[in-house]
Write a protein that binds this ligand. Structure first.
Ligand code: GDP
Ligand code: GDP
Length: 436
């Protein structure tokens, strides 16, 4: 299950630089897939075989000057609530500020595991200066230079060591589909969960977590046995934080990380907006299954084309990834509520699909022969062999003589051919070109 590490600290201490270093991103970059500027809030990090997510709390805009202190404080509180571990970043060149002290105090009171990371220790000479931060009342400091990378190896070693091992599920439960209901505030998440659960409370048991409140609740409903992620958290709303974008993104990240398939709820009265798109991207980047649910459909005045237009608009915004279910529901009238679960189960099955090597080659090699990759500077590219890799999301390796010359449009062509032949609706697919 996914672990989330949040970077907190005041502006200019180097959060964004550290985030880029730990996620292997050089700059705030343009996303290859969507062509939009990738926000700096969320990324994956790998170290010593462990994988975890990193959230940069500084990536969220803070609106007005006078709310500034309060807003940052709020972000720390949210990070404490939603992340597994905090990286509390301070700046050796400024020493301890009032704000640093305030944050240290909040973290200490919360009991949350936090690493105090002293940044901008670019040279060995500055290491003694960093020890000044022991005054924050911590046992250990991690001096680093986010800019040149020094000290980050030791930090990552310690971090990976400290990640909680959150296997709070039994073996049987591990095999059940895990669904997360995500979406912007007010999209109807609680309402749809209540609609699922209905009056006969056929809930098995909230599974008690080892490290914190349970994140999975098991349901046996409508002929399906499944786990819903973090439903208690959704239903017990935190009204103070509700409308902060940072809060809803943290919530979504946590739910997405702990799921197989995400049910993305969109408010029909608002359309598919920036925040919906952001959550969709998070789901896709996490390689989770997705079902898009346009809720509050009862409030929409409809003619024969309304559904089609709505669908087209959503797919246009998520293109080139367009192969996923879209369902129009009303949590209020319970219209198509069951369909949501059915589709989520179907996507879960699609995600587990294994295609045999012989089936893949028998189908794909002739397709490729008819439509080979474009030659590169007069060199012919020949794909010889295809196999599905063992992985939690369908991933296909195409072995070929010159893999580096196969471009994204051709990879998409391959992906689309696979999608046409096999049902991978709602599932992100990885296409790798490998040297043979
Ligand atoms: P944030 O506001 O906390 O996200 O801080 P940024 O990552 O934007 O960094 C603020 C400034 O500090 C930028 O000018 C960075 O280049 C600089 N900076 C970040 N990390 C380091 C470091 O390790 N050493 C030095 N010397 N400067 C750094
Ligand atoms: P959440 O913040 O995503 O959990 O959203 P809620 O479930 O709290 O719903 C927000 C508001 O929208 C509430 O007033 C609900 O009664 C209302 N609502 C939710 N689903 C529907 C729906 O399908 N139709 C209508 N008309 N209202 C809905």
């Amino acid at each position: 299950m996914g672990n989330i590490v949040a970077i907190v600290g005041r502006p200019n201490v180097g959060k964004s630089t550290l985030f880029n270093r730990l996620t292997g991103q050089r700059h705030a970059i343009v996303d290859e897939i969507s062509g939009v500027t990738r926000d700096r809030i969320y990324g994956k990090s790998h170290w010593n075989g462990a994988e975890f997510s990193i959230v940069d709390t500084g990536g969220f805009a803070i609106n007005s000057e006078d709310q500034f202190e309060q807003a940052i404080r709020e972000q720390v509180l949210i990070a404490i609530e939603e992340a597994d571990i905090l990286l509390f970043l301070v700046d050796v060149s400024t020493g301890i500020t009032d704000y640093d002290e305030a944050v240290a105090e909040i973290i200490r009171k919360s009991g949350k595991k936090a690493f105090v990371v002293v940044n901008k220790v670019d040279t060995h000479e500055r290491i003694p200066e960093s020890s000044y931060f022991y005054a924050l009342g911590v046992d250990q400091l991690y001096p680093v230079s986010a800019i040149n990378g020094s000290g980050t190896g030791d930090l990552l070693d310690a971090l990976v060591e400290a990640l909680p091992n959150k296997t709070d599920l039994s073996e049987e439960e591990e095999d059940l589909p895990k669904f997360a209901i995500v979406g912007r505030p007010n999209a109807g998440k609680s309402s749809i969960i209540n609609a699922f659960i209905g009056v006969d409370r056929n809930i098995v048991t909230p599974i008690s977590g080892t490290t914190r409140d349970s994140i999975h609740t098991r349901y046996n409903k409508f002929g399906h046995d499944f786990l819903l992620v973090d439903t208690a958290g959704i239903r017990k709303k935190n009204k103070v934080h509700e409308n902060l974008e940072f809060y809803s993104v943290m919530r979504a990240v946590r739910a997405i990380e702990n799921s197989d398939v995400c049910i993305l709820l969109v408010d029909a009265t608002r359309g598919f907006e920036g925040q919906d798109q952001k959550i969709f991207n998070l789901i896709e980047r996490n390689r989770k299954g997705v079902v898009v649910v346009v809720n509050k459909w009862d409030l929409i005045e409809k003619d024969t084309h309304t559904t089609k237009h709505f669908e087209a608009e959503i797919r246009e915004k998520t293109a080139p990834y367009v192969d996923y279910p879209i369902i129009f529901t009303s949590a209020l009238t319970k219209q198509r509520i069951f369909k949501v679960l059915e589709d989520a189960v179907a996507v879960y099955e699609n995600k587990k699909m294994r295609i045999s090597t012989s089936q893949l080659n028998d189908y794909m090699l002739p397709v490729i022969e008819h439509n080979p990759p474009p030659a590169h500077k007069g060199k012919y590219i020949k794909i010889k062999f295809i196999t599905q890799l063992p992985s939690t999301t369908p991933s296909f390796a195409f072995f070929c003589n010159l893999p580096q010359y196969v471009k994204d449009p051709y990879k998409r062509f391959l992906e689309n051919k696979i999608r046409k032949k096999w049902n991978l609706t709602g599932v992100p697919v990885n296409i790798f070109l490998r040297k043979k």
